[in-house]
Design a protein around this ligand. Structure first.
Ligand SMILES: [Zn+2]
Length: 230
């Protein structure tokens, strides 16, 4: 894995911008793990997926992450700063990973599951479908307590995601939220792609150069020409 070349970044942006968030995360993951097929990457549980996405983010843009969020009680805006290397550790969460309820096993959801659920409008039916998909034994769902499976899988997922514990300096309210590396990285890729498209537009308009020639330039040379067409 290395830095993302300008043409690769635009290809990735174009491919992923047509997708929903879960499929998009797998497209980003394919850059981090090019030796694996798209299907195999979509089979990874979300904890493993997000670990690799956070690592990819460090490689592309550095380990320091910054964002803003609003206090849910008083609305005060908080600045959130993270160090990817500090929160993710040296290795992805261990696999395989499942829970056992009354002798029946359920695995954690993966990207395939979430894409399938996203197309369902009935939330209760989608939740039931998720449990059917995650069931490792051929037994009926009626034989288990769905709420018990739900809480078991949620607790296991919480051990593998990036929980941020925040507090508001203005009203002392404390709360937690889950950091989503795929959504964060996608916003950065999207913003970088828009900047590149703007640069191509300005230089192509000024000099008549092709997109390919403009993107093939080093950043310093491209910026030097951009400074001359202000
Ligand atoms: Zn507050």
């Amino acid at each position: 894995m290395s830095g993302l070349a300008t043409t690769d970044l635009l290809d990735l942006w174009e491919r992923a911008s047509r997708c929903g968030p879960h499929e998009r995360a797998v497209h980003l993951l394919a850059w981090a793990l090019p030796e694996h097929s798209f299907e195999a990457l979509a089979d990874l549980d979300l904890g493993v997926r997000d670990w690799h996405l956070l690592r990819l983010r460090s490689v592309l843009f550095g380990p320091k992450l910054g964002s803003y969020t609003d206090c849910p009680r008083c609305g005060e805006q908080l600045e959130v700063e993270l160090d990817a290397q500090a929160i993710q550790g040296d290795a992805p969460p261990p696999a395989p990973c499942y829970i056992d309820r009354k002798g029946r096993r359920y695995r954690l959801p993966n990207s395939h599951d979430l894409v399938a659920m996203a197309s369902m409008r009935d939330a209760a039916a989608a939740e039931r479908e998720l449990f059917v998909r995650c069931r490792l034994d051929q037994t009926g769902l009626d034989e288990v307590d769905v709420d018990e499976v739900d809480s078991g899988l949620s607790a296991l997922a919480d051990e593998r995601n990036y929980q941020l514990h925040l507090s508001c300096a203005l009203c002392d309210h404390a709360w937690s939220l889950v950091f989503d590396p795929g959504a964060y990285l996608w916003e950065e890729v999207r913003a970088r792609a828009q900047t590149l498209l703007d640069d191509v537009h300005r230089l192509a308009s000024a000099y008549g150069w092709s997109e390919r020639d403009i993107l093939a330039m080093g950043e310093a040379r491209r910026n030097a020409y951009l400074a001359r067409v202000q």
